[in-house]
Design a protein around this ligand. Sequence first.
Ligand code: CA
Length: 231
Amino acid sequence: VAAVLVVEDDAVIGQALETGLRAHRHDVRWVRTGMDAVAAADTGSFDLVLLDLGLPDRDGIEVCRALRERLPGCVIVILTARDEEVDVVVGLEAGADDYLTKPFRLAELAARIRAHLRRRAPHSSTAPVARVGRLVVDAAARRAWLGEEEIALRAKEFDLLARLATEPGTLVSRETLMSDVWDENWFGSTKTLDVHIASVRAKLGAVTQPGGDPVPRIVTLRGRGYRLDTE
Ligand code: CA
């Protein structure tokens, strides 16, 4: 059971989501505007947000950013029309973890929600505490550090880094990362992976304290996958 915030101005889709998710025993709150979504995030706590980007009052990307600030540990899934590819990338950069292209079947959404919530618990193949050079990843606490500095990671960024840190120096294929961090039944493009990799890479690169153990970096093996390396 999850606390789900549905942000959707379309009455038919909103109603269907509310009814469908309640049938899956989720605790659903449905709002129709960006303003109400931000107000809901200010007062409530949610495990998951389904966010339509085309809202009547505020820019969906702005709303996404505002929700991410207010709900740091929450999974945000963008709902988008098929021809809004650019929005997807901007949305992921604004803090979304995943996206679903409309129209989608409720069964698909429910499976995706299950996968997201399952992954909030540490992944079975993730070591409790992994150390790679200066990087320390604590899977149980869901926190990561570079020496003394904690790295501020979003849910999926953490999962991605934790997954790479379980096998440092080893190629982890794109397929494995998509399946372990997102969903074994991934339907969308793997653009999500690229955006998250870029963001984690930037955060690893932003370390300011000199000295100490080497800071690991994410090496791209073009078309194959990624590897976490210390130089
Ligand atoms: Ca809309």
